[in-house]
Design a protein around this ligand. Structure first.
Ligand code: ASP
Length: 309
């Protein structure tokens, strides 16, 4: 049997350890483990990497603990605008949506864009029209409402600031979610989903739905899902850069991921992290922030669910 593995994240950022109660920590770890186990079970039953990353991300989107789907952050106009993407490393097919609202599982709409449209990226009205065509039911705003996220927004709503939902010192919530997987056939995939950054405005789009920036998969090299201040991840084309370093500089997955997160991103003051997998099932999960909600599981019996360094 070939090696297979999955890694997931629930956001990276500045989190003061003392602010996290052990009860909350247990909740986060349980949510991560549930997503991890469901994704892993797809792989252990011979399912595809694409199916595994979609299901893992759906579960994280359904949890109000994370800034994706239910529990998404508030924009400057007190609404929710979500972004998501998915990529299949075997075919290089990809799908992405941005500036959508009311959709319970943005990752699945991204997958539908990949599989049921001629396009890669649909945004705003057009993406919503596409969802309507596919008979998606829309949740109303109360489904996405989270008291904590609302408080975060109230605190900065009258400023021009926008921020990672998890980079406020007193915050105990991390954000964006993602998954990468390598299946039994050695195919890899990546998916990422987010509510973006608190108080974002004017149709701001982050790195999460951008293929190559926040999400990328290619069987030649690796599958990557990112989290952090999107503006920096876009400028550094982070996910694709990891793949490039492997392809053109012959770096290992771990070396390439470390180079991007600990050197190239830091050089432009970019904060965040990523999860990555290669076609051998190796996993890397570097971050340059205080913590990153993360978990991984491999067919060799390795399992990890962690928050801090
Ligand atoms: N990367 C996301 C964005 O900029 C935010 C996050 O990772 O929490 O939209």
């Amino acid at each position: 049997m070939k090696h297979f593995s999955i890694a997931i994240h629930g956001g990276a950022g500045t989190l003061v350890k003392g602010m996290m109660t052990s009860e909350l920590e247990t909740k986060y770890k349980a949510a991560l483990k549930m997503a991890l186990d469901n994704g892993y079970s797809v792989l252990s039953q011979g399912g595809t990497a694409v199916d595994a990353v979609e299901i893992a991300v759906q579960i994280l989107e359904n949890s109000p603990l994370f800034n994706a789907g239910k529990g998404s952050v508030f924009t400057a106009t007190e609404s929710h605008e979500m972004d998501a993407s998915i990529m299949d490393g075997k075919t290089l097919n990809a799908g992405a949506v941005s500036l959508i609202s009311g959709i319970k599982n943005p990752v699945s709409l991204a997958r539908d864009v990949m599989e049921k449209s001629e396009h890669v990226f649909l945004a705003g009205e057009g993406a919503m029209q596409f969802a309507k065509q596919l008979h998606y039911t829309l949740e109303d705003a109360s489904y996405f409402y989270d008291e904590f996220r609302h408080q975060q927004w109230l605190e900065i709503k009258d400023s021009d600031n926008f921020q990672l939902d998890h980079s406020v010192k007193k915050d105990s919530k991390f954000g964006t979610v993602g998954a990468v997987a390598c299946d039994q056939d050695g195919n890899i995939a990546a998916a990422t989903s987010t509510g973006g950054m608190t108080n974002k405005k004017w149709g701001r789009v982050g790195d999460s739905p951008m293929i190559g920036a926040g999400n990328y998969a290619n069987n030649k090299t690796c599958a990557v899902s990112c989290t952090g201040s999107g503006e920096f991840f876009i400028r550094a084309v982070v996910a694709y850069d990891v793949a490039c370093l492997m392809e053109h500089k012959d770096l290992s997955l771990q070396e390439a991921a470390n180079e991007v997160v600990h050197k190239r991103l830091l050089n432009i003051k970019g904060d965040g992290g990523l999860i990555a997998v290669d076609t051998q099932g190796n996993i890397a999960m570097p971050f340059n922030t205080e913590g990153m909600y993360r978990a991984c599981k491999t067919s060799e019996g390795k399992e990890e669910v962690s928050i801090y360094k």
